[in-house]
Each structure stands twice: as C-alpha cells, then as structure tokens.
Design a protein around this ligand. Structure first.
Ligand code: AMP
Length: 279
C-alpha cells in the first residue's frame, strides 16, 4: 500500500521511524501526470533505497507562464495507482499552502549554471525549482534523490545546489526514457494535437543527425542550422535554442573539445518541447 501524506509534519515522523531502523530513504520529486520516464526514476529509487517517497507538487513558483500552469495535466488517482504497482512507500502530495504558507519569504537562487538556456527563456524558473527542491529535501530528509536527464540543466542546477548548501543527499541522474519513435516522454506531450504528435519525433531525429554530423567533422554551427531548418520545414514553430554546450558546466562549445551535450527548446503548436542528448 502506498500511503498518501499531505502534511510535512506527518512525513517527517514517518521518515524518522525509518531512519531510526537504519533505512536509506530515496525520493523522486515530480509534478505528477506520471509516465514511464517518471517510473524509471521510481524503479531506480526502489533498487537503490530501502524506502521510496515520490513527491507530486505542481510548483507554481517555477512556472513563468500562467497558462502553462493552468493547463498542466493533473490526475492524482491515476498516478497513485502507478505508484502502488511499483511498491512506492509514500506519495507525498502537499497542497500549495503546505509548501508556501503565509509569510513564506525565502528564495533559493543558483547563479551561473541556471542562467543560460532555460534560465534565459524562462525567467525565474530555476529559482522556483531550486527553492522547491531545497524544501523537498528538507521535508523528506531523503539520502538519495533521483532526477531525469530529460531536464539536463535542472539536474546540473540541483547538483550545484546540494554541493553549495551541504545538503546531505546524493543526486542520481537517470537516462531519458523515450517513446518508440524517439520522442522524449513528457507530461506535456498529451497536449500535442495528433498532427503535432506525428511531427514531434523529428526533434530527436534531427538532433541525432546533427550530433552525428558534428562527430564526423561538420562545423557545429552548420550542423545546428541544418537541424533547425529541417524542423522548421517539418512544421515546428519558434526556437528558443538549439546549442552545443559542455556537459556539466554548460559553457558554449564551438567544437567537440570536451564531453558535450546538445540541448534544444522549440515550440510545437502551443507546447514548448525540450530535449537533450550526449554528443
Ligand atoms: P516533472 O514531473 O516533469 O517535473 O519531472 C519529474 C522528474 O522526472 C524530473 O527529474 C524529470 O527530469 C524526470 N523525467 C521527466 N520526463 C522524463 C523522461 N522522459 N525520462 C527520464 N526522466 C524524466
């Protein structure tokens, strides 16, 4: 049975009991509308911890767009059934008032790594992420936390945050889970029209083609411009970015001089898609 907890005081008691008997607690922070990508994190947590907490909280502070927040898919009953099936111990699903009670006044802001890419196009987004993740670590007291590489920059921001603030949690990054056609699983994919859903796998396909071109000597800019043009032709909308960056520091790269990541954000219909791959 997965126990649903909404109050952090109750969660703290539960976790304290586990910890007294020497158990290692793992947490998987999510915004719900769970899919196989999330469940892969849950399975990793199950393997690498004695007790597993999944959190579901659609964090208003990390949405820079009110429409995106109001349209964010929510289905807690369905999510709970999935978590039950994976043997998750606790679903922690606090309300907004539990996380941000009256008088809440603190903001966690990670500079540097959170400034380019998503940070540039979604002002305040990573402050919201860093703040809520800090709170979730405080509330769950977990020793391990599982994050998806799907949100590569977020993973780097969270690693920086726990190192800088000496938060006693080990961050474990898990590979991006994709549909058979290559589309990275995302809760927002359900908002794609059937036509756009059919176009969507092109994003990953063109990124892979560009990565291969770069590996075989095509100049980075040429490869990225070709991918952008192909996606424009395929019916994608405005670009936020398609870039080659150093994998950990996210510094811009003009050649494959160190481990690299290609990261993209582009509109498809009214859905903003992000993806990233190793190069
Ligand atoms: P979200 O609910 O979108 O905030 O995501 C919660 C966690 O699941 C984050 O660590 C994401 O990076 C991770 N995640 C989302 N989609 C995927 C995916 N397709 N594969 C792996 N992890 C994912």
């Amino acid at each position: 049975m997965t126990q649903v907890i909404r109050a952090s005081a109750e969660l703290r008691e539960k976790v304290a009991t586990w910890k007294r008997s020497g158990m290692l607690v793992g947490v998987v922070p999510t915004m719900g509308a769970l899919h196989d990508g999330h469940m892969s994190l849950v399975r990793a947590a199950r393997k690498q911890s004695d007790r597993v907490i999944v959190t579901i909280f659609v964090n208003p502070m990390q949405f820079n767009n009110a429409d995106d927040l109001s349209k964010y898919p929510r289905d807690e009953a369905h999510d709970l059934a999935l978590l039950e099936a994976e043997g998750v111990d606790v679903l922690f699903a606090p309300g907004v008032d539990e996380v941000y009670p009256d008088g809440f006044a603190t903001k966690v802001s990670v500079s540097g790594i959170s400034e380019p890419l998503e940070g540039a196009f979604r002002p305040g987004h990573f402050d919201g992420v860093a703040t809520v993740v800090s709170k979730l670590f405080g509330m769950t007291q977990a020793g391990r936390a599982f994050f998806g590489e799907k949100d590569w920059q977020q993973l780097q921001v969270v690693k920086r945050l726990v190192a800088d603030l000496n938060i006693p949690v080990r961050i474990i990054g898990c590979p991006t889970i994709r549909e058979e056609d290559g589309l990275a699983m995302s809760s927002r994919n359900v908002r794609l029209s059937p036509e756009d859903r059919a176009r969507a796998p092109q994003l990953h396909a063109q990124m892979q083609a560009a990565a291969e071109a770069i590996r075989t000597g095509t100049p980075v800019d040429t490869a990225l411009e070709a991918a952008k043009a192909a996606l424009q032709t395929a019916g994608f909308g405005a670009w936020d970015y398609l870039e080659l960056r150093s994998a950990e520091g996210l510094r811009p790269l003009t050649s494959l001089s160190e481990p690299a990541r290609m990261l993209a954000a582009v509109m498809l219909g009214d859905v903003r898609m992000i993806d990233n791959i190793a190069v």
